[in-house]
Design a protein around this ligand. Sequence first.
Ligand code: IPD
Ligand code: CA
Ligand code: CA
Length: 273
Amino acid sequence: MSHPAEPLGLDLDARYAAACELAQAAAERGMTYYRSRNELTVMHKGGDMQDVVSIADKALEDFIRAELLTRFPEDGFVGEEGGHANLEARCVWVIDPIDGTRCFVNGLHNWCVSIGLMVDGKPYLGAIADPNHQELFRGRIGHGAFVNDTPLQVHPAQHVREGVVGAGTTHRPGKENFLPFVQGLLDEGGMFFRNGSGALMTAYVAAGRLIGYYETHLKSWDCLAGVVLLAETGGRINDFFRNDGLLEGNPFLAACPGVYEQLAELIGPSLDA
Ligand code: IPD
Ligand code: CA
Ligand code: CA
């Protein structure tokens, strides 16, 4: 049965199935690279020694794009490795082939494949595959959000002292907001967590494992699939897509409703500046 708010004239069942299937298939391919990661040549992006990439990232994105293009040739793309194309399309796929590349190349089990889809300019469905923990987070507007087949639910916390908050940063502008936020969180009796994958931390907010997640500057491919999970579980996010958020990114806050305002206050005006 279709949801009342369902966009019309598109085969969204096929696209949801494809997102789930391809996230898992790419994650399995990723595991092959991961098991022999010592043979990978690791390159640094834009002179930032912390921003790494290997042949695995490009190969997985190429695989996902080729599959989606064959099935849905009219669709557009935004991908971390391959750039963007056909953004005027009603359906635009937003892909991070490996989110958590620093973990990936260092043998830390926190990485995933994230595939999201915008329909008519709005986040509509997403799949995040974490092969090390055999978890597939998936969601579609009006159809719920799940990890494997278990429905997700955000945390009931009303104060930051009641749970754990994801906190991330990079060397991009905005990092100056990181330490003041963590200090404020600690002062309020809260605690921080970082696993090196923005997509997984966003999914963990939807799953109630984290009560919130703040990143000083995130890209859309890191969080779009997770944003759908949040929409389906009653989570809140800031005005992330404002200005050119889809291509350029913005500060990102996701939280359960009971602590969203408290976290936004701790971050201050830089959140939606
Ligand atoms: C990164 C991760 C990290 C976050 C960075 C992202 P990548 O993505 O999500 O947790 O702090 O902002 O760039 O480079 O591993 O795809
Ligand atoms: Ca990423
Ligand atoms: Ca990536």
